[in-house]
Write a protein that binds this ligand. Structure first.
Ligand SMILES: [Zn+2]
Length: 867
């Protein structure tokens, strides 16, 4: 056999610089769907208008064939296929082109385009799914007014939904069939099209907008799930009100519908007037959802709603501009959640996500700027960089000008570009003009990849404190040389004697090296730098353990306080990993951390939500990221060793904390949620230090639990322990929640993510469990993503973890390439892992790339990871 047959065709690389305006526009489109699970017929009538010189209309397709092509109502032969695309020759400037296609939703396992999920039909079109439904210029800068006719079986599809407003409903054609027409007056790109047909019931409510418009709200779910939609509905109403108050944005249709779907590749989708959600971001009650689930629902409902302006009214010119809508909308949902709950804890959580998910992207083979320059498959760019770092970049603009001027900038942006397909540059320009700031150099954040490193040193002489800062941006693929960035840093200088400071200041580091002088300090002050995480950078400050202990106890900025404790632990663990610590130094380091933890556990002024946050040790991935070459086994050992020390030395305090928190009854208040959080954090430390004691306590918490947060927290701890209680409670959990997919996901996930020494064997066994399926992305992620980010499973020295993920990718790629490609990144870290493991990881990537017929999603990620 010729080896070249195994090589995929050279993939097309799409460049941002090659952008051309569309040759033809489609101001109006009418879609007629004759719905069926196995066969759906689609007739698309496009009013097209020439927008350039070309007489050839290019309509994108993917896996579909035209059954009929009409131009101005007449059959035509003036068309041909170019790969998957349909080309139609048109003589004049304006025509109506009508195309008939037939699709099989039941066979669509990619879950892109129109697909079947538990008997219901639904769509997912972002980024390029619409071309799997019909032929169309499937690009975000072609905006059309949509009218959608649907007909289908009343039995199978009693509810028929699409974007906009329902303008007609009726019986027929024929026995047992009904139909509906939907019209969306707002021009939109094809990726925002949505259709849902199924047996659904709604939780209905209304919202009156600031100008007095009454909007009907509906959250559509399966019969029996209505009672679990109240939190999502409240989040929706809160979001609508918040966006009016905070950004002056009002909703613009008479209807807003949300549909929850159990088979979904992502979290949710902001289709105009008809958001489609993964069930996990809609359904919640105390019995089945954790406090984190509640937060996730609130954040995602808000995020998708906010897209109505930042994404839908103003969309992206092309997919390179994805951060225009995603970075801005993530910032908007973060600010919303800060206002709804604890702003301090929300900020810390967001930073933890950034460090766990985005920093590794920035330091790995898939590093890209928030506005990428090229891609093979756009689905691969729905990344933490585009989303979360994108949000940080816009947050920095807000920090630089303050909230009021920032609002003037966003007002101008919404005014200036409403109804357009815009670019990141349009956004930056609007903030510049509206807020009155020069963002010339700041634009580097859009083009340079990599996490900037800032070094800091504070000197003190003659009553003057001098801060010396230097920055560098590490090289990333395709970008060897970097220019200095604009880095806003919020700082405070504490008087160590009084424990206070004279006010926070904002300084801006915009050159390679700078000095800032602060007179009036008789004593050397303690430096608090990067307060509120004011820039997405890594800071190496020359700061003593003594100063870190001081800040961990006294800093009035909650993030800075958290960060000081984290830094203290990171410094200690890196020294342990370095292997150069004497026994005395090891003991002293642990002792200092235990003292700081004891202060946190016992600090009466702290609320429990914040206390719980402070009790979380830096993650293994974050620790690995601090090292040029990491040994994941050694990191686990060092981190667990410290936890064990803390669990033993703080046993009494942790038991007392657990005891106190256990007396707080279930409620959604901050106090009760905080109590649940510290309970599980206390258990996690005790489990490392005094496992038998912790097992009994966890089992008791499990048995007494009247809510999922307590039950899952206890089970998570038990799942990592060698105890008969482990099996007993796992079985009880499964029996209690049989038939509830979202909870069964948790059951898979907490075993795959556990600290148990045999966790890898557990994952392998779970893959054969009757509740496991490869066709549901939530289930696949619950088992395998939890395993891939658990160093105790993924990085076992034998390489079995890599082999397991590699096999998963190869098996999943033909079913669902988008989800399969997401599993490449953990293997792609091989350059930063010790040589023996690195070789095994690389070999697995090579096996993946060699697989015949690999999707371009997976091929792009795997080949780039090999470098
Ligand atoms: Zn989004």
């Amino acid at each position: 056999m010729d080896a070249s047959l195994n090589t995929p065709p050279a993939p097309t690389v799409i460049q941002r610089a090659d952008y051309q305006p569309p040759a033809w526009l489609v101001p109006e489109v009418t879609l007629a769907f004759d719905l069926g699970t196995e066969q759906t017929k689609v007739v698309a009538a496009l009013k097209v208008q020439r927008n350039g010189q070309s007489q050839t209309l290019r309509l994108n397709g993917d896996g579909i064939t035209p059954e009929a092509v009409l131009v101005d109502g007449q059959p035509t032969n003036d068309w041909r296929m170019d790969g998957a695309d349909l080309l139609v020759e048109l003589p004049g400037d304006a025509h109506e082109v009508s195309i008939t296609t037939a699709i099989n939703p039941a066979a669509n396992t990619q879950l892109m385009g129109l697909y079947a999920s538990n008997g219901m039909l639904c769509t997912q079109c972002e980024a390029e799914g619409f071309r799997r439904i019909t032929f169309f210029p499937d690009r975000p800068d072609v905006l059309s007014v949509y009218t959608v006719h649907m007909q289908g079986s009343k039995d199978l599809f009693p509810v028929l939904l699409s974007n906009g407003n329902c303008t007609q409903q009726g019986e027929g054609p024929g026995e047992g069939v009904h139909n509906a027409t939907w019209h969306d007056p707002w021009p939109k790109p094809s990726y925002l099209f949505a259709l849902v047909a199924g047996d659904l019931v709604a939780n209905q409510d209304t919202f009156t907008t600031m100008s007095g418009r009454k909007v009907d709200l509906g959250i559509w779910v399966r019969e029996g799930d209505q009672d679990r939609t109240h939190h999502a509905m409240q989040a929706l109403k809160d979001s609508m009100e918040w966006d009016e108050e905070t950004f002056g944005r009002e909703y613009d249709l008479d209807l807003f519908n949300i549909v929850a779907v159990s088979d979904f590749n992502m979290g949710a989708m902001e289709n105009k007037g008809l958001n489609v959600f993964n069930t996990r971001y809609i359904l919640a009650d105390a019995e089945t959802a954790t406090d984190l689930d509640y937060d996730g629902i609130e954040g995602v409902v808000a995020h998708e709603y906010f897209h109505n302006w930042s994404g839908n009214r103003i969309t992206c010119r092309d997919w390179f501009q994805l951060s225009l809508k995603e970075g801005f909308t993530v910032l908007r949902d973060q600010l919303f959640s800060q206002d709804m709950g604890s702003a301090a804890v929300k900020r810390i959580e967001d930073v933890r996500v950034l460090r766990a998910a985005q920093f590794p992207e920035d330091s790995g083979p898939l590093a890209h700027p928030i506005r990428p320059d090229s891609y093979q498959e756009i689905s691969n760019f729905y990344t933490a960089t585009v989303y979360n770092k994108g949000a940080e970049v816009i947050r920095m603009m807000r920090t630089l000008v303050g909230p009021e001027r920032f609002r003037a900038g966003t007002d101008l942006y919404f005014d200036r570009h409403d109804g357009e397909a815009a670019t990141c540059e349009d956004f930056v320009k609007a903030i510049e003009d509206g807020a009155g700031i020069d963002l010339g150099q700041f634009r580097l954040w859009y083009s340079q990849a990599g996490t900037p490193r800032v070094t800091a040193r504070l000197d003190h002489a003659d009553g003057v404190a001098t801060l010396t800062l230097a920055q560098s941006v590490p090289p990333t693929p395709g970008q060897g040389e970097k220019q200095p960035m604009v880095i806003p840093l919020r700082i405070a200088l504490f008087d160590p004697a009084s424990g206070t400071h004279q006010g926070e200041q904002l300084i801006v580091l915009d050159r390679a090296e700078m000095q800032f002088a602060f007179p009036g300090f008789a004593r050397r002050p303690v430096l608090s730098l990067g307060r509120g995480f004011s820039a997405p950078v890594a800071i190496d400050a020359e700061i003593s353990d003594e100063d870190l202990v001081f800040l961990a106890a006294h800093d009035d900025d909650p993030f800075a306080r958290y960060e000081a404790l984290q830094q203290l632990i990171v410094k200690h663990l890196l020294a342990v990993l370095d292997g150069a610590l004497t026994d005395a130094a090891l003991e002293a380091g642990r002792g200092a951390i235990a003292a700081a933890f004891a202060a946190v556990v016992g600090d009466r002024a702290l609320d429990d939500l914040m206390r719980g946050e402070l009790m979380i040790l830096p993650g293994e991935g974050y620790l690995a990221d601090q090292l040029l070459v990491a040994d994941p086994g050694a990191i686990r050992k060092a981190r667990e060793g410290l936890k064990a020390y803390l669990g033993r030395s703080l046993e009494a305090g942790l038991l007392a904390l657990h005891d106190r928190a256990s007396a707080v009854p279930y409620a959604l208040s901050a106090e009760a949620r905080g109590a649940r959080k510290v309970k599980t954090q206390a258990l996690a430390l005790l489990a490392a230090g005094v496992p038998q004691r912790a097992a009994d306590l966890a089992a008791a918490q499990f048995d007494a639990a009247d809510n999922m947060t307590d039950r899952q927290g206890a089970l998570m701890v038990l799942a990592g322990l060698e105890t008969p209680l482990r099996q007993e409670k796992l079985a009880a959990f499964l029996a209690r929640h049989a038939g509830d997919p979202l909870v069964i996901d948790k059951w898979f996930s907490l075993q795959a993510g556990s600290l148990h020494p045999q966790a890898l064997d557990h994952v392998k066994a779970l893959a054969g469990h009757p509740d496991f399926t490869m066709t549901n992305p939530n289930r696949v992620r619950a088992l395998y993503m939890a395993a891939a980010v658990n160093p105790g499973v993924f990085h076992v020295a034998s390489g079995e973890g890599y082999r397991m993920i590699g096999e998963l990718v190869r098996a999943l790629d033909p079913i669902n390439p988008q989800t399969a490609a997401r599993f490449i990144a953990p293997l792609g870290r091989w350059r930063r892992i010790e040589p023996l493991r690195a070789a095994l990881m690389k070999a697995e990537l090579e096996r993946i790339v060699a697989q015949p017929g690999l999707s371009k999603d997976t091929f792009e990620q795997a080949s780039k990871s090999l470098g």
